[in-house]
Design a protein around this ligand. Structure first.
Ligand SMILES: NC(=O)c1ccc[n+]([C@@H]2O[C@H](COP(=O)([O-])OP(=O)(O)OC[C@H]3O[C@@H](n4cnc5c(N)ncnc54)[C@H](OP(=O)(O)O)[C@@H]3O)[C@@H](O)[C@H]2O)c1
Length: 234
């Protein structure tokens, strides 16, 4: 197949699962990590042993300068991508009144500003292939509801959805598809609800993988947010 796909934040959790599964079905995966160098190295070794095509690139998205460094490293590896899965997300539990200014800034930078820079810079990588961009959201965004549980995080994901839709519209004529997948509570999640989950189970990484695969194999869905959340915040 030899299609190239970049996945950010892919040394752990759902990102790591997607990286390995996409390798397994023939994608050449470029795995981004920031601090999890040990985990990234482990995936690299495991995938290379199996004969999969996988490269790793380190990148800190906390400043524009560092993001540019990451993009320089990416350009050294490739000028073209078939898909970009933007999985990086910073999380903070707290209402607005309980969110320190520094946390607010960090969330805006990681979840929004970095997304803006990466989407803008990576569109040219995807044009020839009429590729796909998939961003990770958070269940409940379609309802645009108030959130006092993780207010700043929720705001960044709400704004990210607006960004996804706007980018999707801007690149429509170029056949580039831009969508969002929104999980509820995933396996290995740092937080779990106190009440029972609507479908009595958390989301499996495999649920997200199946949706990614579906989106990558279609050419007429764009600007959409697909909730893979088993009814959480429906
Ligand atoms: N897990 C859930 O239940 C859940 C629910 C709803 C939505 N989501 C969304 O789904 C996505 C994946 O969730 P997850 O729980 O698997 O995420 P995660 O493990 O908490 O974060 C993914 C990766 O983001 C990277 N990252 C964080 N800050 C960064 C920065 N400043 N620069 C570069 N990389 C940075 C980290 O890389 P390093 O480890 O290499 O530093 C981390 O491994 C996120 O966007 C999240 O908001 C998850």
């Amino acid at each position: 197949m030899n299609k190239k796909i970049l996945i950010t934040g892919a040394a752990k959790n759902v990102g790591a699962y997607l990286a390995e599964k996409l390798c397994e079905i023939g994608y050449h995966v470029i795995l981004h990590y920031n601090l999890s160098s040990y985990e990234a190295r482990e995936i690299f070794t495991k995938c290379r042993k199996k004969g999969y095509q996988l490269d790793v690139i380190q990148g800190d998205f906390s400043t524009h300068q560092y993001i540019n460094k990451f993009l320089d490293q990416l350009r050294e590896k490739t000028q073209n991508l078939d898909a970009f899965i933007h999985n990086v997300g910073d999380f903070y539990v707290g209402s607005f009144l309980n969110t320190p200014y520094e946390v607010w800034n960090k969330l805006i930078q990681t979840n929004l500003t970095a997304s803006f820079i990466l989407l803008k810079e990576l569109v040219p990588f995807l044009l020839d292939q009429k590729g796909h961009i998939i961003c990770m959201g958070f269940a409940g965004l379609n309802g645009n509801r108030a959130d006092t549980y993780a207010s700043a995080y929720s705001l960044t994901k709400q704004a990210l959805l607006f960004m996804v839709k706007s980018f999707a519209k801007e690149v429509l004529s170029k056949d580039l598809k831009v969508n969002m997948i929104s999980p509820g509570y995933l396996e290995k999640s740092v937080v779990m609800p106190k009440s029972e989950l609507p479908m009595k189970r958390v989301g499996k990484f495999e649920d997200i993988f199946q949706t990614v695969k579906f989106l990558l194999n279609q050419n007429y869905i764009t600007g959409q947010n697909i909730e893979v959340a088993g009814g959480v915040r429906l």
